[in-house]
Design a protein around this ligand. Structure first.
Ligand code: SF4
Ligand code: SF4
Length: 359
């Protein structure tokens, strides 16, 4: 393990940029935290969040990673919200996908890394989504252990945080220590990460570094106030399709789809063809969809999930139950975004408890 100063963290960004990487990381804009192309990290930002509530705040320290998750996810860079796949003009078919720019994600949290690993399964196993695969191929991943938890986090319940799972694909793992005057404990998990570590330099971390990381992770675990009881959850949810609590949920849910748009693992999309009436060029566009829209379940002349009750139930049972059969684990990594960004504060950890109770 190495020890880096804030200058060495900046040197990593400079080195990657000099190597023609788009460095994507946290940025403060419009009173929120976004992920975008950066040339330095924002300093001294945190947030207050809870069900249906998010507020960016300034911290009284120099922390670079003192925030919890905003609405933005990394999936927008690997699976863009809108994309023209091809166009047709005068009978000629033109592939619109350009060769992607190399990217380095800086500041990926453990639950987000788990979400990327899940989307890898969705998009790079049979059938392969070529655009995702091309963007993912050279992606450099720099993860950060969480030194604080938000009230909406429940990553320990899903086994995805607050510490990075070293078995997931990532090149470097940082732990921010002493936010008043931060330094970083840095581990390489790939040869590419090891090469970067050596090029940036820094000193060998002291022998107590592992205990420092463990202590910080234990402190973060203690901050986790929400939990999702995953015990036999798939069977429980699929056996509760007629539970009256779905009616209660339908009374509150606005079917706005926010929960699906901020979720780092949701992968549904729809395609539309647009014809230019002058040139008669047709563009075939793909955009993110949500199981909360009527059109999402339109099938051979009719909508399958007509009611909000049916749509919410489809979302929750897919995310927490049928994903397990499909992908070997649930589709939730405990990031808490769907709780924070639900305008009516619907909380899947609370709703599943209600569904556990006998009707
Ligand atoms: S659960 Fe909340 S965020 Fe999701 S569709 Fe309903 S109102 Fe919108
Ligand atoms: S279902 Fe909610 S808590 Fe789970 S990964 Fe998606 S947004 Fe995060």
């Amino acid at each position: 393990m190495y020890l880096w100063s804030t200058q060495q963290l900046q040197a990593l960004i400079d080195l990657l940029r000099a190597r023609d990487y788009d460095v994507i990381g946290p940025a403060v804009r419009d009173d929120s935290l976004h992920y975008e192309r950066i040339d330095s990290l924002p300093v001294g930002w945190g947030d207050r969040q809870d069900a249906g509530h998010y507020q960016l705040r300034e911290r009284a320290d120099q922390s670079r990673f003192g925030y919890n998750l905003g609405a933005a996810t990394w999936k927008q860079f690997l699976f863009p919200p809108r994309e023209t796949l091809f166009r047709v003009r005068d009978g000629d078919f033109v592939n619109c996908r350009e060769a992607p720019q190399k990217m380095a994600f800086l500041g990926v949290r453990p639950c987000e890394l788990a979400a990327i690993a899940l989307q890898d399964r969705v998009f790079t196993e049979d059938p392969v989504e070529p655009g995702y695969l091309a963007r993912r191929k050279d992606l450099l991943l720099i993860a950060v252990n969480c030194s604080q938890a938000a009230p909406t986090c429940f990553c320990a319940s899903t086994g995805d945080g607050p510490e990075v799972n070293a078995e997931l694909p990532t090149d470097l793992v940082l732990t921010e220590c002493e936010p008043a005057d931060p330094y970083y404990l840095v581990e390489a998990l790939t040869q590419r990460g090891q090469d970067l570590l050596e090029e940036v330099g820094g000193s060998q971390a002291p022998a107590s570094a592992r205990q420092t990381v463990d202590r910080l992770m234990d402190a973060t675990r203690e901050q986790l106030t929400r939990a999702l009881d995953t015990e036999e959850l798939p069977g429980l949810l699929l056996g509760a399709l007629d539970h009256p609590h779905w009616d209660d949920l339908a009374q509150r849910c606005l079917a706005c789809g926010n929960c699906t748009q901020v979720c780092p693992t949701c992968f549904c999309s729809t395609a539309e063809d647009h014809t230019d009436p002058i040139t008669v060029e047709v563009r075939h566009n793909r955009r993110w969809d949500s199981c909360f829209t009527q059109g999402h379940s339109y099938l051979t002349g009719s909508v399958v999930h007509r009611s909000v009750r049916s749509r919410y139930r489809q979302w929750l049972t897919h995310k927490l139950a049928s994903w397990v059969a499909q992908f070997g684990r649930s589709g939730c990594t405990g990031c808490g975004r769907c709780i924070t960004w639900c305008p009516v504060a619907i909380d899947l950890t609370v709703e599943t408890e209600a569904l556990r109770a006998a009707p």
